[in-house]
Design a binder for this molecule. Sequence first.
Ligand code: F6R
Length: 236
Amino acid sequence: MQVRVFNNKDEASAAAFDIIKDGMQNGAKVLGLATGSSPVTLYDKMVASDLDFSNMTSVNLDEYVGLSGDNDQSYRYFMNQHLFNKKPFKETFVPNGLATDADNEPARYDKVIAEHPIDIQLLGIGRNGHIGFNEPGSDLKGGTHKVALTQSTIDANARFFANKDDVPRYAYSMGIGSILKSKKIILLAFGESKADAIKATVEGPVTADVPASALQNHDDVIILVDKEAASKLSQK
Ligand code: F6R
């Protein structure tokens, strides 16, 4: 794992942008993308750039079960708003929250990934070391799967919905095995709240207790962090 520490999110996101740009100049055709706050500055830079994504394919990490792409809480909506509506891609894949054959959606999505092998996968990380919706205890080798959200995630999401019953109970997520198939992985983490997770990911043992620690098993991972997220690393 390569860890690069920056003064702030803007500098780290600029470095992530350069990695994507270099990758595209060297033939990368498929980007694995994430939602959440961590990649937003990078997406802004992609939008503001003169890079052409019209020959690029994207494959997103996860989506809530039961939400349509028009729902402003869906990850499809997030991606359209932050990136795809502003920078058109050739094709964009997000798990289908409204899949009629819900049992088959994980296998369908794994087929999408197999048919579009990811050149560069972008990740954020949860405070507990989750990547995608792979919470502590997840299978470190698994493919796409349906995840039951923890009560704390459901409670945290409730503020975004008019009615608590509307809060999704499940999500589809790429598995850690799917993520590890990507050729290159970039993980972004900002702020002190991520410092424990970054330390455990980089310096701890590979363990299902910290799903991101499985990235130690991949030979091309670049972790881009600000000073705060790096603050608990023993080697600076
Ligand atoms: C998002 C995702 C999540 C987030 C993580 C960090 O698609 O899969 O694992 O990357 O929860 O979220 P932020 O960036 O909001 O701190």
